[in-house]
Write a protein that binds this ligand. Structure first.
Ligand code: NHR
Ligand code: GAR
Length: 226
């Protein structure tokens, strides 16, 4: 070997659909700049196209179809058992569209991240792009946060801002935000992999040894891993 072996953080990625964020993580890891090993990709939807992306990359895939479970709790139990078989150091929600129970979230406290397509705390929940346009906002974006029991309310570590143009519709705005998401999420995951960022005992973010009082802004971060 010409290079010292780097230890790779094992991660499991949860998806529900297209998987473009999954693709950006796979690509960044393949370049060597993101020091993670994607052990598995798990979808709650059998038809998620992101499963094809994972298979093409030689990553183990699992389907846990929420329609086959009687209630949220039994779905969450099955999902947790499957995730834990892979012993991930981090669980990554990448377009995962099912709300998760408090027990599930507590189990992964401090080791589960989500990317959400708004500048949290603005617009938690669904249809964020349409809501940002309807509210007349001039600025929109995406946030990476630690997952807590309250939907889209966990501490935010990193955001990317996107201007809302007068002629934007929800689809064009979503596309602009998504381009930023693909840079945002690998950076946040790399910070976690390097242990530059973690939750303290009070559930607050520590970044480079200091309490993080405001989310970091992608535009100011140099260099980016990918
Ligand atoms: N679970 C908890 N407890 N906390 C969070 O912060 C979570 C979470 C599960 C998913 C992602 C989130 C987002 O980025 C996320 C964060 C789905 C819904 C939702 O309402 C809301 C937020 C998010 C994901 N889902 C519907 C449900 O009944 C189903 C919608 C559908 O299937 O299309 O679960 O926005
Ligand atoms: C992304 O924009 C992500 O932020 C958003 O869904 C899209 C998934 O795209 N997530 C949510 O809305 C979570 N509720 P992808 O499957 O191509 O990564």
């Amino acid at each position: 070997m010409t290079q010292a072996a780097t230890s790779l953080l094992p991660i499991v990625i949860l998806i529900s659909g297209r998987g473009s964020n999954l693709q950006s993580i796979i690509d960044c890891a393949a370049s060597g700049a993101l020091t993670v090993k994607v052990r598995a990709v798990i979808s709650n939807r059998p038809d998620a196209t992101g499963l094809e992306i994972a298979r093409a990359a030689g990553i183990a895939t699992e389907i846990i179809d929420h329609d086959l479970y009687a209630d949220r709790q039994s779905f969450d139990h099955a999902l947790q058992a499957r995730i834990d078989q892979y012993q991930p150091g981090l669980v990554v929600l990448a377009g995962f569209m099912r709300l998760l129970s408090e027990d599930f979230v507590t189990h992964y406290h401090g080791r589960m991240l989500n990317i959400h397509p708004s500048l949290l705390p603005e617009f938690p929940g669904l249809h964020t792009h349409r809501r940002a346009i309807e509210a007349g906002h001039r600025e929109h974006g995406a946030s990476v946060h630690f997952v807590t029991a309250d939907m889209d309310s966990g501490p935010v570590l990193l955001q990317a801002r996107v201007p809302v143009k007068p002629d934007d519709d929800p689809a064009s705005l979503a596309a602009h935000v998504l381009t930023q998401e693909h840079r945002l999420y690998p950076l946040a995951i790399q910070w976690f992999a390097e242990q530059r960022i973690f939750l303290d005992a009070n559930g607050r973010i520590v970044f480079d040894g200091q309490p993080l009082t405001h989310p970091r802004d992608l535009a100011r971060e140099q260099p980016l891993p990918c």
